[in-house]
Write a protein that binds this ligand. Structure first.
Ligand code: ADP
Length: 288
């Protein structure tokens, strides 16, 4: 691994010696390392079981967020397009810091500033990943159509293939999909969303500045993003207060929140299995 990392850093123009390499825990997809050369510190991700466009999708997602000039993201120095089972790597800026009492509020405020910007259409112009799963995309005029056709239906199909979609669950899910018009807005503001914003995908940098990592970007209803932040925890009250003060959610948000969490729970069902089945069923029972 050291030789592979050294080679990537040379390609970047850093030919100085590596003085430290330390594995970083916490990710569930890639191997990650802290790398320090005589010249600089780096964060390096490595993976040999990913499609060739895996790192490119992550890098372009981070760039889309950076271009909104709101949230901070680590700089990407270079990435590979791994082919034929080769180890691919992505070399990034090393981020390190402690959260301060302001970090979560700043995260909420800057996320809201990003969401307040508008795109013309919903969805995204290219395929991304949600976790390890392929995320088909398309730019569409109607958010409900996008949410149904590009998000819920593909997860339903995958769940059937993986044996997680028994007849009862499928009938209820189909009934809920029929009700989408009742609960979801067809033309909300098309905000750039991080798309995979759980507690493990934000961190503090220098001076407690919040950074987001590992996005799965799309344009859509900001309620979709906030609903996921609220599914597994990891976001303090000051985050929500600052968010609401900057770009408030509709009063109807609470009624649609679980319909948005449904997507992420189906993704978890498909990646991790039936442990997430009861949460899916509870939501289906509420809306069916
Ligand atoms: P994965 O893509 O496998 O989920 P992550 O991107 O989440 O991996 O990274 C694993 C861990 O490394 C994270 O929990 C985070 O704490 C840390 N990390 C991620 N990016 C950086 C970075 N640029 N600098 C320092 N640490 C990072």
């Amino acid at each position: 691994m050291n030789a592979l990392i050294q080679q990537r850093l040379r390609n970047l123009g850093d030919a100085s010696s590596i003085v430290a390499i330390r594995p970083i825990n916490g990710g569930d997809i890639n191997q990650a390392y802290y790398v320090e050369t005589e010249a600089q510190q780096y964060f390096v991700k490595a993976n040999k079981d990913v499609p060739s466009h895996f790192f490119e999708v992550e890098a372009t997602g981070l760039e889309a967020i950076r271009n909104t000039e709101s949230l901070h993201v680590p700089e990407v120095y270079r990435y590979d397009h791994p082919a034929n089972g080769e180890t691919g790597m992505m070399v990034m800026e090393w981020i390190e810091g402690e959260t301060t009492p302001d970090t979560a509020a700043l995260l909420g405020e800057r996320l809201a500033q990003m969401h307040a910007q508008s795109n013309e259409k919903f969805g995204y112009h290219k395929r991304t990943f949600i976790g390890t799963l392929d995320q088909h995309n398309q730019l569409m005029d109607n958010w409900i159509d996008y949410y149904r056709d590009q998000r819920i239906l593909p997860q339903m199909k995958l769940a059937k293939e993986k044996g997680h979609m028994g007849a009862t669950r499928q009938t209820k899910l189909e009934a809920v999909i029929q009700q989408f018009d009742r609960w979801l807005p067809p033309k909300p503001n098309a905000s750039l969303l991080h798309g995979d914003l759980w507690g493990g995908n934000w961190m503090a940098g220098e001076d407690g500045t919040p950074y987001v990592i590992d996005p799965s970007v799309l344009y859509g209803d900001h309620g979709f993003e906030l609903a996921f932040t609220d599914l597994f925890g990891g976001f303090p009250a000051s985050f929500y207060d600052a968010y609401q003060a900057t770009y408030p959610l509709d009063p109807e948000y609470e009624d649609r929140k679980e319909l948005y969490q449904l997507f992420y729970l189906l993704v978890h069902l498909n990646i991790f299995g039936e442990t997430y089945g009861s949460s899916v069923d509870r939501i289906l029972d509420r809306y069916a």
